[in-house]
Design a protein around this ligand. Structure first.
Ligand code: AMP
Ligand code: GLY
Length: 426
């Protein structure tokens, strides 16, 4: 089989890395890919949201299966366009991926079907939003309706800050049309976890639990990023919690979508806030997580390709996945200045030392290659991912690897995974 992965970040490097080892994969393509992916698959310089270009590539090369990484092509309808043309593709349709593409859609669905989430109101008028915020007080959360590259949720600690957020989103239009409507939401206390599963619209087949680290600085301080690291499993998601999430969130959501006339096929990602034994949904995504995928798929022993096919063919029931019992940690190495402005083109050293390291894989995100050397080419540059017997060992192994890699201005958090040690209670 010829397989195409759409995207070019750490998540896509991980998907490619996993798929090339499948006995079913004869040739693997990635569009646009990155320097790490170029070492193991054929990268084609087509943007992830150039649906026509991707479709032409698939037809010209006779590609049998396309797997979509990022959200933008999904919300633009890549799955609908491919399916209409008879091409096999993994991911939710345009209407279904509204669960990620529109917070108004997702929150309204949860309310209608009693799926636990924060209380909220929807506004298309800044004046009415202000009035509501003043009546509620702070802390409070303001969310742009549409996609905003992970920056559309503003947790405001004071009424003043939340009014500024309304102005930023609705009047200054910081996220363009994504801010035509906003959700104003109750602030939830607790601890976050990512719950990510394959679904064919009936069966839910979860990946192991995981936890992201969204803030740029240690101790979850500073602005949010695309994700600075992850670990799997997340001890916070006990067996009992796992059951609750399946019963109260995952199954009801897939059924709710069906009742609304949409069959949900692909990944269903619930970003959760867990407090006093109760999980609530902060957001849904219709795709694999980044960097959760790095920490999850390094633990996957089974072949990924048959699972993707079973989702498409709606025969996920009875499919089982074997997971490595060990824990995994992914530490993201970023450019200095990220998530603000940063310089590119810094030469990366130390990557060759990784070849001798056991149980460590370096997934590339923003990298490029010239004359056999690797250079930085984005905000998040590498996702160094290591396995260990338990989270403590995987943290140690991963940071040993991180310390061998460097470039001018390389930045990474020093506390990835530490939360898991606390949750384990010894
Ligand atoms: P979202 O894009 O909706 O997942 O929000 C991004 C981040 O903002 C989350 O990972 C949380 O850290 C925080 N956040 C979002 N909604 C809430 C909420 N209702 N209460 C507290 N924190 C929140
Ligand atoms: N790790 C956050 C995301 O994938 O949206």
């Amino acid at each position: 089989m010829k397989i195409l992965i759409v995207g070019g970040g750490g998540r896509e490097h991980t998907l490619v890395w996993k798929i090339v080892e499948s006995p079913k994969a004869e040739k693997v393509y990635c569009a646009p890919g990155n320097a790490g992916i170029a070492g193991i698959a054929e990268c084609v310089n087509i943007a992830a949201d150039d649906i026509k270009g991707l479709m032409k590539l698939v037809e010209d090369e006779g590609i049998d299966l396309t797997v979509v990484g990022p959200e933008l092509p999904l919300t633009l309808g890549i799955v609908d366009d491919f399916t209409r043309t008879g091409l096999r593709i993994f991911g939710p349709t345009k209407a279904t991926s509204a669960i990620e593409g529109s917070k108004v859609f997702a929150k309204s669905l949860m309310k209608k079907y009693g799926i636990p989430t924060a209380d909220f109101e929807i506004f298309d008028s800044a004046a009415e939003a202000r009035e509501y915020i003043e009546s509620k007080g702070a802390p409070i959360v303001i969310k742009a309706d549409g996609l905003a590259a992970g920056k559309g949720a503003i947790v405001a600690q004071s009424v003043g800050e939340s009014l500024d957020a309304v102005k930023l989103v609705m009047e200054e239009r910081a996220f363009g049309d994504a801010g035509n409507k906003i959700v104003v939401e109750q602030f939830l206390e607790g601890e976050e976890a990512s719950f990510i599963a394959f679904t064919d619209g009936t069966t839910i087949l979860p990946l192991p639990s995981s936890q992201d680290h969204k803030a740029i600085f240690d101790g979850d301080q500073g602005p949010n990023t695309g994700g600075m690291g992850a670990y799997s499993p997340a001890p916070l998601v006990t067996e009992e919690m796992h059951r609750k999430v399946i019963d109260q969130i995952m199954i009801p959501t897939v059924r709710a979508m069906e009742s609304e006339g949409y069959r949900y096929k692909g990944m269903l990602y619930a970003g959760l806030m867990i407090n006093e034994g109760q999980p609530r949904v902060l957001e849904f995504n219709g795709r694999f997580g980044d960097p959760e995928t790095q920490a999850q798929l390094i633990r996957m022993k089974s072949d990924l390709v048959p699972v993707l096919e079973a989702v498409i063919d709606e025969r996920l029931e009875g499919i089982e996945i074997e997971w490595d019992k060990r824990a995994a940690v992914c530490v993201v190495m970023a450019s200095q200045g990220y998530p603000g402005s940063y310089e590119k083109g810094k030469e990366i050293s130390g990557l060759e030392k990784m070849e001798q390291m056991k149980d460590v894989v370096v997934f590339h995100a923003g990298t490029t290659q010239r004359d056999g050397k690797f250079y930085t080419n984005g905000g998040r540059v590498l996702g160094v991912t290591g396995l260990g017997e338990g989270i403590k060992e995987s943290i140690e192994r991963t940071y040993q690897a991180v310390e061998l890699i460097s470039w001018e201005g390389a930045y990474y958090r020093k506390d990835i995974g530490r939360k898991a040690l606390k949750d384990k209670k010894g």
